[in-house]
Design a protein around this ligand. Structure first.
Ligand code: CTP
Ligand code: CA
Length: 226
């Protein structure tokens, strides 16, 4: 809590944030997932809350506690996240997709534990729905923010995702860099909009990245032509 009064620049705004990594089950005790900690998404939710927004977090598997004072909806798979986000999209003003959503899920989802059989096992995977892309397709007045985790050609891939998924901003991080990405409490991000690079921040705590990101979004909302 700061000793000075924070300007409630997001008062009256509904902010939807996704966080964590989805879990894609093979059987009742086994699943595919990723290294997402959920920390970036929770930090964004907290920053939005502090700016006076009404915040809902759609949280998949995470290794941190969500902030207090926000609505938390727990989900497991990409499919469940798609449903939870789609249900709330129309009534949201700002949607920030910081979750690490599985690109593929097992074709099979067994009700019983898979038994050990031959020397080799091939697990067949199928593509999940790209949630961000599906939101981009039905977007009207919502301010849509995506993330891009890259290990090479960050600008090229970030701009491709921004256009393909019809986002207002893309938060790109080079996850190969020390101090950036899934692990830890820090991140190094670049922000892209339709015109290209909008901001490039040094190594910062995820909390500081979240505050700067929400400030940038608030500014964009204020100066938006409408
Ligand atoms: N995303 C999503 N649904 C998916 C996959 C990704 O909504 N099934 C979202 C992520 O939440 C993120 C953005 O899309 O905001 C970019 O995710 P990323 O993994 O960087 O990009 P992909 O489009 O999945 O491409 P690739 O993994 O091949 O780089
Ligand atoms: Ca992906």
């Amino acid at each position: 809590e700061h000793f000075f009064a924070q300007r409630k620049v997001m008062a009256g705004k509904k902010v939807l944030v996704t966080a964590g990594g989805t879990v894609e089950r093979v059987d009742p005790v086994r699943y595919l997932t990723n290294d997402s900690s959920g920390k970036m998404g929770f930090a964004i939710a907290e920053a939005a809350r502090d700016m006076g927004a009404q915040v809902t977090v759609i949280a998949a598997r995470a290794f941190a506690l969500p902030p207090s004072g926000v609505t938390v909806v727990r989900v497991e798979s990409a499919e469940e996240m798609l449903q939870a986000v789609t249900d709330r999209f129309e009534s949201s003003d700002v949607v920030i997709k910081s979750a690490a959503v599985a690109d593929y899920r097992p074709v099979i989802k067994l009700d019983q534990k898979l038994k050990k059989t031959g020397d080799k096992l091939v697990l067949e995977l199928e593509k999940t729905t790209d949630i961000l892309e599906s939101l981009g397709r039905v977007k009207s007045t919502q301010f849509l923010v995506g993330f891009a985790a890259e290990t090479q050609q960050v600008e090229y891939y970030a701009m491709d995702k921004l256009r393909r998924k019809n986002c207002d901003l893309i938060v790109a991080n080079d996850v190969a860099q020390e101090g950036a990405g899934f692990h830890g409490d820090t991140n190094i991000v670049q922000i892209f909009d339709q015109n290209g690079l909008a901001a490039s921040w040094p190594l910062l705590s995820k909390n500081e990245v979240a505050v700067r990101l929400m400030s940038l979004i608030a500014e964009r909302l204020e100066t938006r032509p409408e």
